[in-house]
Structures are given as structure tokens and as C-alpha cells.
Design a protein around this ligand. Structure first.
Ligand code: NAD
Ligand code: DAU
Length: 353
């Protein structure tokens, strides 16, 4: 049994689905179901005995203790977080609470549980912390990609909260010996991503005939990785990663935001043409994100050379699959865009116009 936190969100749900398709080991999935958590992502698992879903908060110590005592997991894979940079700028407190205090609580409960195990189980136990390349800060155009040795220079409330959680993870290994591993991954895309993030937002807006908002000049660079490749990397690090180590995960796919949006428009023009002409007509430049990091790029050679992981998808194959998934799953999009999402859209984009 493994304990997954945040397994109803974008990457966590992909991880849970892939894991249960791949092996027999059951999962207990703890998720608070915030606006970003969606049980529809896990609809394929209805009636699946190997998936135990628990609605709850990683800040709830008593709940965490009960879950550890009852399920006795051999590992924790920790995805649960507030994950959207723009939301962290508008309201950082949930980010401090979940990403820092929640990770602290999980570490404390994991430490007590780990101390109660026999020597073999103690050696085999793992706490895998899922983190981000944003902790490293922003790169100049010609600077080398982030290696694991790069100093932390987080710039947004989100990345600062993730950096703080990474430091807690490191310290719990160094001080208490807890067998932790951390992954720092670049921008993910794929099925089930909440349409507040660039790629699903652009697809959803294009389908609705709405503007495709580009922050600033569209020349900021992100390094894109298809979500199932990230999930495969996490499985690899869980199985083979050395306790106390960190592993960068990335797809060697640096693209400007404008290139990504143009590519999305071209695929949509092919798969779902509009009678009004190319979707590129909807591209709209809006006020920049405050403190907007210019460029991220990941050097993933350690993971490749030490543990043999490589991405299976290129950007071209992954982005085609992603657009096709959103076009085939319009009811999923309609459901997540209803209700509270409308308030966020008004808050974030109303101010930029
Ligand atoms: P997401 O926002 O889609 O999902 C987060 C999940 O965590 C949701 O299901 C939510 O309900 C749950 N959650 C939030 N607060 C919680 C709490 N207090 N207790 C229990 N559950 C809670 O996020 P994502 O994009 O799937 O990211 C997952 C993890 O991967 C995060 O830790 C994020 O920092 C990291 N990451 C994301 C990316 C990316 O491109 N999306 C890249 C690198 C790393
Ligand atoms: O790098 C990993 C990180 O990638 C993860 O840790 C975060 O959880 C994840 O949200 C993502 O952060 P970004 O800020 O890079 O992703 P987002 O999709 O919000 O934005 C991608 C780029 O597109 C960024 O440069 C901002 C820009 N953008 C975004 C939105 C939502 C726009 O130009 N317009 C938009 O409307």
C-alpha cells in the first residue's frame, strides 16, 4: 500500500490511474478536494478495490495518524499543494498553509510512523516529495539549464512556499534520517489539467470563442513535459532513487509562450476548424504577471544517467494527444468551468484588460 496526497488533482490523478493500470499495489488517496481536486478525474476507478479515496486535509494531524496506523503504507507520494502562480499572487495564505504547514504535518506524522517500523521496513520506507523547477528562480536566455546543484531563488509566493517545503524535506532527512526523495519537475501538460493553466486555458477559450490571453510579450520560456512522463519519472525515483537525493525531471522542450499558443491554434485549426478563420485571431496581449519569471529550463541528466528515465513523448506527440483529449472531453471542461471558476476568471483577467 502507498499513500498518495493530492491524487484528485491534475498530476496526482494521472499518477493514480497509471499506477493502478501498471501494478497490483493498492493506493490510499488523501485529497481535500479544493477547487483543483476533482473526483471526475478518477471516475474510471469506480468500484476499484485497490483505490481507497479519503477526503481530507494534509494539515489534519489526527487524520494523518489514523490513516498511517490503519493502512501502514510502505511509501508516501506527496502531490497535494496549491499549485497556481497567479492565485498565489492574489492570495498567498492558502499556499503557506498547505504547501508549508501541510508538508510539515505530513513529515511529522511520517517520522513518528517510520520510527515505529522494524529495521527492514524502515530501510525500505520512502517519502517522495513532488516539487517544481520554479524553486530555482529565473534563467537568462543563454544560461545553462537548472541542475540539482543550482541555488534556490524562488520569486513568487507559490515557488517560495514550494522552496520552503523542499527545505523541510531535506532537513527531515539530514536531522532525523527519514528516507526522503524530492523531484523538481518542469511545466506539465496533458489530460485533466485545470483550465486555469496556460495550455488547457487556451484550448477551452478557443473552443468558446474567447480571447487567448498572453501575459506581457509572450516571450517567456517554459520547458514542457507530458504528464504521464512525469508520472513515470516519479515511479522510477520511488523505486530506485537514493534517500536524501533530489532529481530534476524535464522534457528538453523549451518553448516561448507565444510558440505554444500558436501551436495550439494550428492543431485546433486542423482538428476543429472555425468558420470565422484561424484561432490565432483570438490571441490577445494582456498585462504581465507581476514578477513573471523569464525562463525555466531543466537539466534532467542525473535522472537519465543514474536511474535510466527518459521521456516517451516529444512535445509534438504530447500536445496533439492533449488537444484531442480536451476536444473529446468537453463535458469535463464544462463542469470544471462552472461555478467558482467564473469568479477567478473575473478576478485574474478582469484586472488585466
Ligand atoms: P493541482 O492543483 O491540479 O492539484 C492539487 C491537488 O491537491 C488537488 O486535488 C487539491 O484538492 C489537493 N489539495 C490541495 N490542498 C490540499 C490539502 N490541504 N490537503 C489535501 N489535498 C489538498 O496540482 P498539480 O498541477 O497536479 O500539481 C501537483 C504537485 O506537483 C504540486 O505539488 C505541484 O507543486 C507539483 N508540480 C506541478 C507542476 C505542473 O506543471 N502542474 C510541475 C512541477 C511540479
Ligand atoms: O514550472 C513548473 C510549474 O509550472 C509548476 O510548479 C506550477 O504548479 C504550474 O502551474 C506551472 O507554473 P507556470 O506559472 O509556468 O504555469 P502557467 O500555465 O500558469 O503559465 C505558463 C506560462 O504562460 C507562464 O509564463 C505564464 C503564461 N500565461 C499563463 C496564463 C494562465 C499566459 O501568458 N497567459 C495566461 O492566461
Amino acid at each position: 500500500m502507498i499513500l498518495v496526497t493530492g491524487g484528485a488533482g491534475f498530476i496526482g490523478a494521472n499518477f493514480v490511474l497509471d499506477w493502478l493500470a501498471d501494478c497490483d499495489e493498492p493506493i490510499v488517496n488523501l485529497d481535500k478536494l479544493t477547487y483543483a481536486g476533482n473526483l471526475e478525474n478518477l471516475a474510471a476507478l469506480q468500484g476499484e478495490a485497490r483505490h481507497v479515496f479519503v477526503k481530507g486535509d494534509i494539515c489534519d494531524r489526527a487524520l494523518l495518524e489514523r490513516l498511517m496506523a490503519k493502512h501502514k503504507p510502505r511509501a508516501i507520494v506527496h502531490f497535494a499543494a496549491e499549485s497556481h502562480v497567479d492565485r498565489s499572487i492574489h492570495g498567498p495564505s492558502d499556499f503557506i498553509r498547505t504547501n508549508i504547514e501541510g508538508t510539515f504535518m505530513l513529515l511529522e506524522v511520517a517520522r513518528a510512523y517510520w520510527n515505529s517500523l522494524d529495521e527492514n521496513a524502515k530501510t525500505d520506507f520512502r517519502f517522495l516529495h513532488v516539487s517544481t523547477d520554479e524553486v530555482y528562480g529565473s534563467l537568462e536566455p543563454n544560461a545553462v539549464p537548472f541542475a540539482e546543484s543550482k541555488a534556490y531563488e524562488p520569486n513568487s509566493p507559490y515557488s517560495a512556499s514550494k522552496a520552503a517545503s523542499d527545505h523541510l524535506i531535506r532537513a527531515w532527512h539530514h536531522t532525523y534520517g527519514l528516507p526522503v526523495v524530492t523531484t523538481n519537475c518542469s511545466n506539465n501538460y496533458g489530460a485533466y489539467q485545470f483550465p486555469e493553466k496556460l495550455i488547457p486555458l487556451v484550448i477551452a477559450n478557443a473552443m468558446a470563442g474567447k480571447p487567448l490571453p498572453i501575459y506581457g510579450d509572450g516571450q517567456n520560456v517554459r520547458d514542457w513535459l507530458y504528464v504521464t512522463d512525469h508520472c513515470a519519472a516519479i515511479r522510477t525515483v520511488l523505486a530506485q532513487g537514493r534517500p536524501g537525493e533530489t532529481y530534476n525531471v524535464g522534457g528538453w522542450n523549451e518553448k516561448t509562450n507565444l510558440d505554444v499558443v500558436n501551436t495550439l491554434c494550428e492543431i485546433l485549426d486542423e482538428l476543429s476548424p472555425s468558420s470565422l478563420g484561424s484561432y490565432k485571431r483570438l490571441i490577445t496581449y494582456v498585462k504581465d504577471r507581476p514578477g513573471h519569471d523569464k525562463r525555466y529550463a531543466i537539466d534532467a541528466r542525473k535522472l537519465e544517467q543514474e536511474l535510466g528515465w527518459k521521456p516517451a513523448e516529444t512535445f509534438e506527440t504530447g500536445i496533439h494527444k492533449t488537444v484531442a483529449w480536451y476536444l473529446d472531453n468537453q463535458p469535463w471542461v464544462d463542469n470544471v468551468l462552472s461555478g467558482a471558476y467564473r469568479e477567478w476568471e473575473t478576478l485574474n483577467y478582469g484586472l488585466r484588460r
